[in-house]
Design a protein around this ligand. Sequence first.
Ligand code: SF4
Length: 288
Amino acid sequence: MSNLHEPLLRWYDEHARDLPWRRPEAGAWSVMVSEFMLQQTPVARVLPVHEQWLARWPAPADLAAEPSGEAVRAWGRLGYPRRALRLHAAATAIVERHGGTVPASYDDLVALPGIGDYTAAAIATFAYGRRHVVLDTNVRRVFARILQGVELPGTSVTRAEREVALEVLPDDEPTASTWSVAVMELGALVCTAANPRCGGCPVADLCAWRAAGHPAYDGPPRKAQTWAGTDRQCRGRLLSVLRDSDAPVHRSRLDATWTEEAQRVRCLASLVEDGLVVHAGPDTYALP
Ligand code: SF4
């Protein structure tokens, strides 16, 4: 399968987007922040927040020195704000365990709070040029199509999938690092979920799914991403009131954001439980 390497690496060399966390001067902290933000948010929305974040907190110690609520506030509307708390916790641990420097080894990274297999592998690979299997949604979809001949991968990463990804990972570290980001970029720009542009794909001749005539996905039903009326939307509304206020907020202001009372009460309780919101006094709330 190494015949995939040359065309894909050449394509990446010509088509890769110029993103701040990929620039030579970007440090490991910039890469780490980007990985947290990009987990569930598109690049275009991450770019301005990432820039502001790095300007305000150029190193893990700068973030760790502030209350976690400031991280939640600066997270803005990126969504899934528990990531802000996790990033703050990881920065604090980096200061305590590693003298404020983002560690380079997978084992040290995965031992940090809030960092799982994917994020540890991605930081070690993209910040330090290490050789790891990096399996995000885009990469899994590209491999499912090229190597397995199916439109979409299963709902969770399997051991077999990991082994196949390891088989096609180039042997030397720098090439493996570039390969990982190249596959990810192909998934983001060409082999997209809904509209793969096989005509402009550098590995079209090697793609099993294309060769099989693009058979439709026939696995278990996939959850559609919904937003309107969900707890996620309600939590986002509640949190935005607190983010936009420098002082604790009375419950009546939160009540005004969402008419469905039972859902609102449940969502506010879940925000408190997650540590994203704290009681600041009787019937008043604030960021932590
Ligand atoms: S040929 Fe089409 S389906 Fe296969 S990897 Fe390229 S874009 Fe994706």
